[in-house]
Design a protein around this ligand. Structure first.
Ligand SMILES: [Zn+2]
Length: 258
């Protein structure tokens, strides 16, 4: 009886709301050693529109509640809508590598494209220049250049299968593996591999479709063995890249004593 009563008390205690900090309970001592937070991911989109002015109107409408840091027209014109250090509203409900607030950590780039057409050369040339600048300025790792479909599987499918991911990877943005891919070992776990690449484990089927859209031009009939081989190759490419890349300074305090 006494044990049961104790258990009930513990459960009730567990439900009690925590008391908030009383006013002034947190002592504040300002450190001069900080700077603005910086983006560590780039998320690419297509607008789904036929005219850049229409996309621009949507992305700047206070009713629509959507934006991006940059919009690139078919002619290569780059329009900046939100400062890099501010949080644009482009990714929505998302997951990448366990991060569930991709908007807070990323730069969003919209490419004006209706989703059913090749991306214009001038537009991709402009994008590559912008990505080079962002990568260098914020020290963004190669693997962190991803798509809206990657971070919002089952909800978004942009940019479309027309998007030239291989060309981006050749320029240092995102991962790529050319077919044919060497077979993955038998013990290779595809679900774990997709999670390790960054995809949400909460929506495994949709995550696999986003993976195919990005790395296999949306070829959903790719055999299971080929999908496993592709994921195995990409994971190896990622780790080779990360272990080979010099880890740049994260701030002036690289000589952290802790
Ligand atoms: Zn999008």
């Amino acid at each position: 009886m006494r044990l049961a009563a104790l258990a009930v008390q513990l459960v009730l205690a567990g439900c009690a709301p925590l008391a908030p900090y009383p006013e002034g309970a947190i002592r504040k001592v300002a450190s001069p050693n900080f700077d603005a937070r910086r983006p560590n991911f780039v998320v690419l989109h297509h607008t789904g529109s036929d005219f850049v002015d229409r996309a621009l109107a949507t992305l700047t409408s206070s009713e629509r509640k959507v934006s991006a840091h940059y919009l690139i027209g078919r002619n290569g014109e780059i329009i900046q809508l939100v400062d890099d250090r501010d949080r644009a509203w482009h990714a929505g409900f998302s997951w990448w590598g366990g991060n569930t607030d991709v908007n807070s950590a990323s730069i969003g780039i919209e490419l004006d494209n209706n989703g059913d057409e090749p991306f214009a050369d001038a537009q991709i040339d402009a994008l590559l220049g912008l990505l080079a600048d962002l990568k260098q300025r914020y020290n963004i790792p190669r693997a962190n250049f991803v798509s809206h479909a990657d971070v919002a599987p089952g909800r978004k499918v942009d940019p479309s299968a027309w998007f030239p991911w291989k060309r981006l990877a050749e320029n240092g943005f995102g991962l790529w593996c050319d077919a044919p891919w060497p077979p993955a070992p038998e013990s290779f776990d595809m679900a774990l591999a997709l999670t390790a690449l960054g995809y949400s484990p909460l929506t495994p089927d949709a995550s696999r479709l986003s993976f195919l859209l990005h790395y296999a031009a949306g070829n959903e009939s790719l055999s299971v063995d080929a999908q496993r081989a592709l994921a195995f190759c990409l994971l190896n490419a990622r780790y080779e890249n990360e272990s080979g890349a010099g880890v740049d300074a994260q701030g002036p305090a690289d000589a952290m004593p802790y």
